[in-house]
Design a protein around this ligand. Structure first.
Ligand code: NAD
Length: 251
């Protein structure tokens, strides 16, 4: 199997893209620690997956990625439970926003930056140190967005955070190459998860029409790509962005 023997930490793994990736990784032979601010949902997901024949291959931990000590503790927990760390998927995030001139910086800027931007930085730093100390290399995959590469309505802060994720990825690949670490960012388009399901059916139809197949992307379709990026089959993909947007960015 593609991820046999690998240990992965997946933030935001209790829902959506993260949860689909947990399931895909486990089926590909990986051991996975689900790290999410919603611990109950993370534990329930871990119990479900364990019950499907993967006992001992999946566990859960509560983490707020906006707090460095909690991200460090999640990395340490992965090592404690599964003995090592090979992959971190920095995927936890929140979306939404208001028009720029309506912003209260304490509400519309700082909290989202702490989760969507700082959270990825913390994951790169904590996992990068673990990879260095282990001496085995590793893979860092981080979830940006189509909005990380363009301006969009009601996304002033979100776009900034997601652009930083791309920058972090390039710099991490550059700085950590000497330790055998790769870093890749993905840019999902419109994926049918809780983040998108908050919008009206009309808006969701519009979102789907912005992609080449005219449908909402399934989280499992993103997970398939993440599994490939986590595997040794993608060793030459490094320090770059993989567009998983069904052609959105080509329109
Ligand atoms: P989702 O809401 O289903 O999943 C997000 C998960 O992150 C949830 O389980 C949530 O509890 C967790 N989370 C939120 N804040 C956290 C925190 N501070 N610490 C730890 N966990 C936290 O949504 P999703 O669509 O699966 O989102 C996953 C990632 O994909 C996000 O980074 C999002 O910005 C990105 N993304 C989504 C889309 C889309 O269309 N759904 C498009 C582009 C990018």
């Amino acid at each position: 199997m593609r991820l046999d023997g690998k240990v992965a930490l997946i933030t935001g793994g209790a829902s959506g893209i993260g949860l689909a990736t947990v399931r895909k990784f486990v089926r590909e032979g990986a051991k996975v620690l689900i790290a999410d601010i919603n611990f109950d949902q993370a534990q329930a997901a871990a119990d479900d997956i364990a019950g499907e024949g993967f006992q001992g291959n999946v566990a859960a931990v509560g983490v707020n990625v906006a707090v460095f000590a909690e991200v460090e503790a999640a990395v340490a927990r992965a090592v404690e439970v599964f003995g090592r760390l090979d992959v971190i998927f920095n995927n936890a995030g929140i979306a939404g926003g208001r028009p720029l001139l309506d912003h209260d910086p304490d509400v519309d800027y700082a909290p989202m930056i702490r989760i969507d931007q700082d959270g990825v930085y913390y994951g790169i730093l904590a996992a990068g140190r673990q990879f260095r100390d282990q001496g085995t290399g590793g893979v860092i995959i981080s979830t940006s967005s189509i909005y990380g590469e363009q301006a969009a309505e009601l996304a002033f802060t979100y776009s900034a955070a997601k652009a930083a994720v791309i920058s972090f990825t390039r710099s991490a690949a550059y700085e950590l190459a000497e330790f055998g670490v790769r870093a890749v960012a993905i840019t999902p388009g419109r994926v049918g998860t809780a983040i998108i399901n908050q919008f009206s059916d009309e808006l969701k139809t519009t979102f789907a029409s912005e992609q080449m197949r005219n449908v909402m992307t399934e989280p499992e379709e993103i997970a398939n790509v993440v599994a490939f990026l986590a595997s040794d089959e993608s060793n030459v993909i490094n320090g770059t962005v993989v567009h998983v947007d069904d052609g959105y960015s080509s329109f």
